[in-house]
Design a protein around this ligand. Structure first.
Ligand SMILES: C[S@@+](CC[C@H](N)C(=O)[O-])C[C@H]1O[C@@H](n2cnc3c(N)ncnc32)[C@H](O)[C@@H]1O
Length: 269
């Protein structure tokens, strides 16, 4: 059986720690703040975080909903569940469970809100996941999605042809590298009302230490070499070029994630 591409990104503990480090950069901390502001949770609400990864958003949301509310984080990767468990910080209102986006361990109508951040692009059957989110949302509940469109990537390089080859090879890391442009249609077909859409840019210019861009350079280089699409020598030359730009202060990286908030009136069943 072939290995799903995302397994090489999240399955082992070292890879999960790299994702956690990436998600602790100021770029992603700021995006989580924007997500929490848009979600506008109130004390006492029940929230499900599907594909919770290192659980950083779970812990933040648990502080907001307080002990009268509940946050449940689910993920398919044991490595991520271990990290999310450590990041739980003893919060009694936060549970971390194994769970698959298309078969959630939750009752019908159990949640006021479902969030799914940078996960649907890894789920082969997106329509099945949206139906499952609707099943576990109460009538009138809200769904917040964030996904990346990798075609929005602008990344300065001394060798643009090589850069394009590397970003194209990276597209194989998930089944839907350009998912956001299809989400309004998929959400409507699944019975949701899309009430808010927003671009969340990630931008690094000049010096870019401890940024999403810097962390992703490492993640992408490992993936494209392991997939066999790019030789180790070419990936090393790419990284050297980016390091030189960093030293010169000529880094330019821009990538857009897109946030969707949708409501469902009827529940899924
Ligand atoms: C890019 S990380 C995002 C983590 C987290 N949502 C965040 O934004 O910090 C993607 C996560 O989705 C998980 N994942 C991938 N496919 C999944 C699925 N079908 N069901 C549940 N989780 C999944 C991965 O194990 C990984 O932890």
């Amino acid at each position: 059986m072939s290995t799903p591409p995302s397994d090489t990104l999240f399955a082992d503990d070292a890879a999960a720690r790299r994702v956690e480090a990436l998600y602790r950069t100021p770029d992603i901390v700021a995006q989580r703040a924007a997500i929490r502001a848009a979600l506008a949770l109130a004390p006492g609400e029940r929230v499900l975080d599907v594909g919770c990864g290192p659980g950083l958003l779970c812990a933040e949301m648990a502080q907001t909903v307080g002990i009268t509310g509940a946050v449940v984080g689910v993920d398919t990767a044991d490595s991520m569940l271990r990290i999310a468990g450590r990041n739980r910080n003893g919060l009694g209102q936060l549970s971390i469970l194994p769970g698959e986006a298309t078969a959630l361990p939750a009752d019908d109508g159990a949640f006021d809100a479902v969030v799914c951040i940078q996960v649907l692009e890894y789920v082969p059957d997106v329509a099945a996941a949206l139906a499952e989110f609707r099943r576990v949302l109460r009538p009138g509940g809200r769904l917040l999605l964030v996904d990346t469109d990798w075609a929005s990537c602008v990344w300065a390089s001394a060798d643009d042809a090589r850069m394009r080859r590397i970003v194209a090879a990276w597209d194989a890391h998930c089944p839907h590298p350009q998912l956001p442009r299809t989400l309004p249609t998929l959400l409507t077909a699944a019975g949701y009302d899309v009430v808010h859409v927003e671009a969340l840019p990630l931008l690094s210019v000049r010096r870019s230490e401890n940024t999403y861009c810097e962390g992703m350079t490492d993640v992408i280089a490992r993936f494209v070499v392991r997939s066999g699409a790019i030789s180790p020598e070419e990936a090393a030359a790419w990284r050297d070029d980016l390091a030189r730009r960093e030293a010169e202060g000529t880094t330019f990286f821009s990538l857009s994630r897109f946030m969707f908030i949708a409501r469902c009136e009827g529940g899924g069943r």
